[in-house]
Design a protein around this ligand. Structure first.
Ligand SMILES: [Zn+2]
Ligand SMILES: [Zn+2]
Length: 380
């Protein structure tokens, strides 16, 4: 662990992590050999988004978080890829959300498809699922040049059907695509059907594995708290999602405008915990879930300079949290570190990292990192 200390997070609260050190850096799997974020002498660290793949095996005996993509929202931007994260525990990988380019970023991070154990979807907005089916359609059969493909089947945990659709914002009518509100299982099934021709050709031409055998979808059962698409996130205690020999995953319902269900997830391991807010407005449900977590990965938006009218701003704040209001959330949750991901700035791209960091520090005495694509953090 000595080399890891060279990269210790210099944030104000790092010293409070008595039993564990939380490290961050933008770099390849070389980071995990003890040089996280620290380039070997005489070299330059790879900038975000340009990390070369590494043949080194995933780490053992620690918990690692990789921000595969950090962008909020569907627009295709050049400087960030869509929201997706990975946790690596004892060599097994768990993916949280599959935004645009998630499958490519996964490989860029040096992770192997055969190490993928499970995928978790916080909700079914397009920016969280854009690359979901690519893991199966492209990563599931013909091995890449590193002879890597999914071991499969991959467990998928995601929302069930919403049960209905809300009225159009501002009144009026909106067209409806059918089925109107598919959950994760039907979404996956329809994807199999949508890409059937390619699958059928490849199964005849190259004897590929049937993509339908590569996933096991579990729609997350909701607790009896009276939640529905009309009441999306009533007070909820954390409830179990899955458990294996490496991770215990719990969830809560979070308010994300009209989206239902929308989840925050907490992963507890022998080495520490990471909590993902998902997309959410301010809610005590998240604070309860995240209490004492080692890393809180939280979404944030900035509207500074955009000057939205009050009605539009109010509508946005039913779905998201202003970056200036993040600090008190992390403080109240007693999170040991705050990492921003799912970053949305209505005015600037790329964002001003220093400005965002200072905003997020307000009201929080722990360390803050405004996340970048392929940035990694180790709890050891
Ligand atoms: Zn989103
Ligand atoms: Zn969303």
């Amino acid at each position: 662990m000595g080399l890891i200390n060279c990269c210790s997070d210099a944030g104000a609260g790092a010293g409070r992590l008595a039993r564990r050190s939380v490290l961050s850096g933008v770099g390849g799997l070389a980071a995990l050999a003890g040089i996280a974020g620290c380039a070997p002498s005489g070299t330059t660290p790879a900038p975000a988004g340009t990390t070369a793949p590494s043949a080194q095996p995933p780490p053992r005996g620690k918990l690692e978080l990789v921000l595969l993509g950090t962008q909020a929202g569907p627009p295709i931007e050049a400087d960030r890829t869509g929201i997706a994260s990975a946790l690596i525990v004892d060599g097994r990988t768990y993916v949280i959300d599959c935004g645009r380019s998630a499958a490519t970023q996964y490989l860029r991070a040096g992770l192997t498809l055969r190490s993928l154990s499970a995928i978790f979807l916080t909700h079914l907005h397009a920016d969280h699922i854009a690359d979901y089916y690519n893991f199966f359609m492209l990563g599931g059969h013909i091995p890449n040049t590193h002879k890597d493909s999914l071991a499969g089947p991959i467990a998928v945990y995601g929302p069930g059907p919403a049960g209905g659709l809300p009225a159009a914002f501002g009144g009026g009518q909106a067209p409806t695509v059918a089925p109107p509100a598919p959950g994760t299982a039907e979404m996956t099934e329809k994807a199999h059907e949508a890409y059937a021709y390619s699958t059928n050709i490849f199964m005849r031409d190259m004897s590929i594995r049937d993509p339908r055998t590569l996933s096991q979808v579990h729609e997350i059962a909701l607790p009896e708290v009276g939640a529905s698409y009309a009441t999306t996130a009533p007070p909820t205690q954390p409830f179990p999602v899955m458990r294996d020999d490496r991770v215990q995953v719990t969830a809560t319902l979070v308010p994300h405008g009209p989206v239902f269900p929308a989840f925050a997830f907490r992963f507890d391991t022998a080495y520490g915990s990471v909590t993902f807010s998902g997309d959410t407005a301010k809610t005590d449900n998240l604070i309860t879930l995240a209490r004492g977590t080692d890393i809180l990965v939280h979404e944030a938006i900035s509207v500074e300079g955009a000057n939205p009218n009050p009605a539009v701003l109010d509508h946005m704040l039913q779905s998201h949290v202003l970056v200036q209001e993040l600090g008190p959330i992390a403080q109240k949750a007693q999170a040991k570190k705050l990492v921003l991901s799912h970053i949305g700035d209505l005015v600037e791209s790329p964002i001003n990292i220093d400005k965002w960091t200072n905003w997020a520090r307000q009201g929080y005495d722990g360390p803050v990192t405004v996340g970048q694509d392929l940035q990694r953090f180790v709890i050891a």
